[in-house]
Every structure is written in C-alpha cells, then in structure tokens.
Design a protein around this ligand. Structure first.
Ligand SMILES: Cc1cc2nc3c(=O)[nH]c(=O)nc-3n(C[C@H](O)[C@H](O)[C@H](O)COP(=O)(O)OP(=O)(O)OC[C@H]3O[C@@H](n4cnc5c(N)ncnc54)[C@H](O)[C@@H]3O)c2cc1C
Length: 331
C-alpha cells in the first residue's frame, strides 16, 4: 500500500512527528516491531486487569525545559494525562548510604504510567494514521516513488517520505550501507531494569545512585507517582551503565542488584519480591549531543529522529521528532 509518510518506531519521537504533522491530511503509517506503542516509555502492570497497579520500567518521568514541549504539556495536563511528581528524593553517598537530596526539578508522570501517556498522544491522531504493530521493518530502500520497505512477514510498503525513529544500531541495520554510514555515530548504553514489590515503607520514593560502586543508577517507587499513594512499594531499580554493560545472565544480575538495593535500604533481600526484569540493550546515548538529519538523507526524503539525535531523554525524543518532521516537509 502507498503512504505519504511511513514512520518506523512508535515511541515519543514518532508521537511528536505525528503531532507536528497533524492537520496536513497526510496518509501516514506507523510501524513498530513491538506489540504496543510507547517504545522505551514502557509500563508493566501486575496483572491483565487495566486497573491493576503498574510500574514504569523504562523512562520514569520527564522534564520539559523547552517551550516546544511545555506548550502541548498544558493541554495534556488539562486532559488528566499527566501530573507533577514530587518524590522524597535521596542520593547514595560515596559509601552507598542514602542521604536526603531534595531539589526543585519539575517532574512529569502519567497517572496510568508513561506508556499510556505516549499511546494517548498517538491515539489523538489515530484517525489519520495506520498503525502496524508487531511488525519489524527489515529493509528500507530508495525507489522511484520514494521508499520501499519490506517487513518480517515479507510484505512490501511504499511511501514518498520516510522517518526512522529506531535507535542507531537498529536504524543502520535497515538502511542501505551508503546511507547508514551518514548517520551520526552515537553509542547507546545498556540498562538492566529490575521490578520488585516490597511491603516495607522506605524513607525515600526515589533514589539516585551517585558516585560509588553500588551498581545502582536509580530506584523509584511507582506507587509514589499516584496522587493517593499507599505505604507499600512497587520499585523499579535501574542498574548503572557499568553494571549493565556485558550482562550475560540477566536473572542472576537482577538478583545481585536486588541484594545490593536491599543492603542499601537496610532490609533483608527477601523483603523484596521479584516482579519482572528487563535488559534494555539501547537504553540511553552515552553522550548527550544534538545532531540534525544529514542533508544527504533529507535529499532522499529520509529523516532520522530519536532521543539519541537530540541529547537523550523523553524531551530530546520529542524535540527530535518535531525537527525531523519539519525538515521532511520544509518548503
Ligand atoms: C531504563 C531507562 C530509563 C529511562 N529513564 C528516563 C527518564 O527517567 N526520563 C527521561 O526523560 N528519559 C528516560 N529514558 C529515555 C527515554 O525512555 C527515551 O529517551 C525515549 O523514550 C526515546 O523515545 P524514542 O521515540 O526516541 O525511541 P524509542 O522509545 O526507543 O522508540 C523506537 C521504537 O522503534 C521500534 N523499532 C526499532 N527497530 C525497529 C524496526 N526494525 N522495525 C519496527 N520498529 C522498530 C522499537 O520497537 C521502539 O518502539 C529512559 C530509558 C530507559 C531505557
């Protein structure tokens, strides 16, 4: 089938591109290999019941320093999709002891988890797009009309313009070598996420790992993101980049990280019950840099977006999606 635009990936960068191009009457397809949209804004529910408690396993919250993100944010807040999160924050000192570390940062979270928020933004534009989930694009090649894509079910898709929002290694894999080499060289770091429940109340809702050898990068109680939070905890632990690098046995590594977190909290390891673990292979860019889509790619009606093109994080993904959509339809 023919589209004006195909967007590969259905995360924040894609949602932002859709928002930027809304009202243009374009026939757009959004293709993602995952079974649902949201990308690294991932939320896990304790059961299939949509009302069941949840944990954010990827992005935990986001900041909105730029006017470009603050503007739609007011609309989303009015719709009840987002609210402020003011956790009791601690930071591990050099001996890996939690110390209170309050700050003035405004943090945005969703009452149903960040994944739901991204899906809500995409659903705003559902009427004008075709969503193809559970579909991996294997290759994208320039054609007489623009681009021809092939997916993992041997289907072909044609479009005039193409926007790739996959992380760099995955973006490179599906493009012809001559174009892949034009992509900015960005290294992505892994992150092990471990989800736990705990009946004990702790002195903090969120913990920064600090500079020590604990291996803990971040921990947060997702229940503290609710406006009326119960005392118990549903904790997401993120290992730091050093701990996460080269993990071969995620289950063993998850147990090790849980033991370290329990020790930091002064609790026995059995105080925490495992819920899930996930190794994010392309969690975050190693360096926060800003890149534009190279002009030789734009000449081919191809743009690249994603957090890694704009300094990392949800806000960077939003700004990159907006910039890439504008560049593709400039003039
Ligand atoms: C553990 C962790 C913690 C984080 N914490 C924070 C935080 O607290 N605050 C913050 O602001 N940011 C945080 N981030 C970063 C934030 O999640 C990302 O910056 C943002 O979600 C990236 O959005 P994106 O659209 O650029 O990419 P993604 O969300 O990765 O979307 C890309 C999509 O492309 C799809 N895809 C890839 N290849 C193909 C293919 N061949 N065919 C089809 N689909 C494909 C993927 O399935 C994916 O859904 C965190 C990330 C992780 C992993």
């Amino acid at each position: 089938m023919d589209f004006d635009l195909i967007i590969i990936g259905a995360g924040v960068a894609a949602a932002s591109a859709l928002d930027t191009l809304a009202g243009r009457g374009l026939r757009i397809a959004l293709i993602d290999k995952a079974r649902s949209a949201g990308g690294r804004c991932a939320t896990r529910r304790l059961s299939r019941d949509p009302q069941s408690p949840w944990l954010d396993s990827g992005a935990q919250y986001f900041t909105a320093r730029s006017a470009a993100l603050r503007q739609p944010l007011e609309r989303w807040r009015a719709q009840g999709w987002l609210h402020n999160w003011s956790p009791r924050i601690a930071c591990l000192d050099e001996q890996a002891v939690p110390q209170p570390s309050p700050d003035q940062q405004t943090r945005w979270v969703s009452p149903l988890g960040l994944n739901r928020f991204v899906r809500q933004v995409i659903a705003e534009h559902n009427q004008s797009i075709e969503m193809l989930l559970g579909t991996r694009v294997l290759s994208a090649r320039p054609s007489a009309q623009g681009w021809q894509l092939e997916d993992d079910q041997a289907r072909q898709w044609q479009c005039r313009r193409l926007l790739v929002t996959a992380p760099p290694a995955q973006a490179r894999d599906l493009l012809p070598a001559t174009l892949a080499t034009a992509l900015p060289a960005v290294e992505m770091q892994a992150c092990l996420a471990v989800l736990l429940s705990c009946e004990h109340a702790l002195d903090f809702d969120a913990l920064f790992g600090g500079r020590n050898t604990s291996g803990i990068g971040w921990a947060a109680n997702s229940l503290s993101k609710l406006e009326r939070a119960p005392a118990r905890g549903l904790w997401t632990l993120h290992a730091d980049a050093q701990f996460s690098h080269g993990i071969v046995d995620p289950e063993q590594a998850a147990q090790d990280l849980t033991d370290r977190f329990a020790s930091v909290c002064g609790l026995p390891a059995h105080a925490f019950t495992p819920v899930h673990q996930h190794l994010w292979r392309y969690a975050r860019p190693a360096q926060a840099q800003i890149h534009d889509t190279p002009s030789m790619l734009l000449a081919q009606q191809l743009a690249i977006a994603g957090d890694w093109m704009h300094g990392g994080r949800v806000e960077g993904a939003w700004l990159s999606g907006q910039a890439a959509a504008r560049a593709l339809y400039a003039g």
